[in-house]
Design a protein around this ligand. Structure first.
Ligand SMILES: Nc1ncnc2c1ncn2[C@@H]1O[C@H](COP(=O)(O)OP(=O)(O)OP(=O)(O)O)[C@@H](O)[C@H]1O
Ligand SMILES: [Mg+2]
Length: 420
């Protein structure tokens, strides 16, 4: 499929900020070339779920308008990130016969085609789901052809039986419907939802990290998203129901200062690994009213921050442990999201996970690099990369659709794009 000159729009609705990005495809690299962005403080969302339709619609509208003005274009549809404690995940598998003899038994081996892969993946979707739940992503881990397991791409291999192991994520249709209403209110169509942790991992993790096994943790303001890769497949996705706004709240409460001041102190002086803090350093804290400024040892501040950051990372650790692979097959941990910027985060993560840690910044995009070079934009940028990749693979299906319906949808979409 030709993707040049097509515009892609992604809207990452975080608890702290909503970020809209408009991109084209960079003809040299095939990566997103960001043409416009808009960042707005989010209103009307709590831990991934809409709590005020009007306020969230306004937030999205402001972010998209800013991106449109900058890109000099107007958009009618977009990809949207989704997260929150309504997201569930599971590992499952499906199996199909590649060829059948005339009596309905398994016949001669033949070459595996893309249609067989689509068919076996479709089989894995046949899981019982409550009425208020829909499949978000089906992510293949590996295939087995007859007795041969561990195959990443079975195309053209000869076989009689094809088995797929997949990771499936589902979401609450109520949460999705409320999000959809916000977009409808401002005349925007949602092309598809993309899981936030998956989006972040696409822009932050290297192929080597995915193959060697990595845990990606996106510490946002209100949620912490976790995704576990092993052998270049996804083995767990999970959401911890709180993020680093709790650190700010703790500082505000313990120092009796406004939330805004606490946020600045956290960003400018906060440290979450007390072992490495300068024990002599003192900072000045502005007091409310006419009271004189107070002095606070940096170590004391770090002692306020460390337990909460440790709690976030320990909860992320427990989530990662739910993966169906042993921890020995995971080599590193990568932390992204705005919360990753707190000083000492790598050291604290290494002490909890007992493996090397790094802070993940978004990569593999161009345009507006200076403004977007921040872990808080990993999900927004990754969303565009994921959408691009899926469009190339022609695999994206509208959420909840059946395969024949999605083919018609894809066909109509391609037709519209070729006309426009
Ligand atoms: N330099 C910094 N040091 C410490 N914390 C920071 C820094 N910059 C941003 N943060 C924190 O990052 C958080 C915002 O992160 P991010 O933008 O990833 O959240 P979000 O995507 O809006 O939220 P969520 O993903 O939870 O819905 C805020 O709580 C902010 O305090
Ligand atoms: Mg986020």
């Amino acid at each position: 499929m030709r993707l040049r000159n097509q515009t892609l729009t992604g809207v990452d609705i975080g608890t702290h900020k909503t970020c809209a990005l408009i991109a084209e495809v960079n003809p040299e690299t095939g990566n997103p070339l960001i043409k416009g962005y808009g960042f707005v403080e989010t209103r009307g969302l709590k831990r991934g779920a809409v709590v005020n339709i009007e306020k969230l619609s306004q937030t999205i509208s402001q972010a998209v308008n800013a991106a449109e003005t900058m890109a000099g274009t107007s958009v009618s549809s977009c990809y949207v990130s989704i997260s929150g404690d309504h997201i569930r995940s599971m590992n499952t598998q499906g199996m199909i016969a590649i060829s059948r003899d005339t009596r309905g038994g398994i016949g001669e081996a033949r070459e595996i085609e893309q249609e067989d892969i689509d068919r076996v993946i479709e089989h894995t979707r046949a899981i019982p789901l409550p009425v208020d739940r829909q499949i978000l992503h089906v992510m293949p881990q590996e295939f087995t052809v007859d007795e041969q397991s561990g195959i990443k791409n079975p195309i053209n291999l000869l076989g009689r039986r094809l088995e797929a192991k997949v990771h499936i994520t589902t979401y609450s249709t109520t949460v999705a419907s409320n999000l959809t209403r916000c977009f409808k209110n401002i005349d925007l169509t949602i092309r598809n939802f993309i899981l936030q942790s998956l989006a972040s991992s696409v822009s932050v993790l290297t192929l080597a990290e995915k193959e060697a096994g990595s845990i990606l943790i996106d510490i946002g303001s209100g949620t912490t998203d976790v995704i576990v890769y092993a052998d270049d497949g996804i083995h767990h996705t999970g959401v911890v129901n709180f993020g680093d706004q709790l650190v700010t709240s703790d500082i505000a409460y313990l120092l009796r200062i406004p939330h805004e001041n606490a946020e600045n102190i956290k960003k400018n002086h906060g440290y979450c690994f007390t072992k490495n803090v300068d024990r002599e350093a003192i900072i000045k804290i502005e007091s409310i009213g006419n009271r004189p400024a107070r002095e606070l040892p940096l170590l004391k501040l770090a002692e306020y921050i460390e337990p909460r950051m440790e709690e976030i990372l320990r909860e992320a650790f427990m989530e990662a442990k739910k993966a169906d692979v042993p921890f020995t097959s995971i080599q590193s941990v990568v932390i992204t999201g705005g919360g990753a910027l707190i000083k000492g985060c790598e050291e604290l993560a290494e002490s909890i996970f007992h493996m090397p840690a790094r802070i993940g910044f978004p990569t593999n995009y161009s345009g507006c690099e200076e403004e977007l070079n921040h872990p808080g934009y990993a999900a927004a940028i990754g969303m565009l990369q994921f959408a691009l990749q899926e469009k190339l693979n022609n695999r994206i299906k509208p959420a909840g659709s059946e395969s024949w319906l999605s083919r018609i949808w894809d066909w109509l979409k391609n037709l519209t794009e070729s006309i426009m």
